[in-house]
Design a protein around this ligand. Sequence first.
Ligand SMILES: Nc1ncnc2c1ncn2[C@@H]1O[C@H](COP(=O)(O)OP(=O)(O)OP(=O)(O)O)[C@@H](O)[C@H]1O
Ligand SMILES: [Mg+2]
Length: 232
Amino acid sequence: MTAAPTPALTFDRVSHRYSTDTTVLSNVSMQINSTDFIMVTGPSGSGKSTFLQLGALLEQPSEGEVYFQQKAVSSLDDKTLSQLRASRVGIIFQAYHLLPRYSVFENVLFGFRYSKTPMDEARQLSQEAMQLATIDHLQNKSAGLLSGGEMQRVAIARAIASRPDVLFADEPTGNLDRRTTDMIMATLATLHAAGLTIVMATHDDSLVPFANRHYQLTGHSLHRSDRACHGV
Ligand SMILES: Nc1ncnc2c1ncn2[C@@H]1O[C@H](COP(=O)(O)OP(=O)(O)OP(=O)(O)O)[C@@H](O)[C@H]1O
Ligand SMILES: [Mg+2]
């Protein structure tokens, strides 16, 4: 008998607006389990990044509740939120946010800046993350001199180095060619197979088969549509 999946992230009637006249999400309810690889698609401006930011504890919803590992996010104090962000959440931002003058290794190590992990351990974990993202051969190169696909892999390494439980990936293959996209997706599939929960946003419908669940964002709502998903 297989164990019941553990809830990683729950949205309970979540609405979000950045100002009184711009609703981005309206009454969104859904649950992500620890074994899931979720794909969120939708047109530009539909709220994909907003959805990820709410899940990654970077924004609080205007209405409703987000539960991270069954804890109501609105009930957590700033210290607990920072600890969760530093230890449980990994984020690959839509723009990579790398430090161009620093080396690849230093950029990956930078992922530990809010963590209490001892430096020796952080260095070791950073080495392992670079191997997983297949960039260890570039570790001494300045991040500003990398190709787009290499920068994306550094962003992945930085996001996974602290061994988070949930990885939020915002358009991790935006602006990359097909071959590089396939490499990035293979890396994410390997991480998912190793136990990482993944929530990814993309414009690219052809990537939906990598996920086991698919949500489309339209008209401020999430619609589940698993037809193109892996194993469905
Ligand atoms: N910090 C913010 N302040 C005000 N409005 C914002 C903010 N962030 C996003 N928005 C607005 O919210 C809406 C949804 O934006 P969001 O970035 O979530 O969309 P998206 O689906 O990720 O788009 P894209 O595919 O272009 O990345 C847009 O109309 C955007 O202008
Ligand atoms: Mg976006």
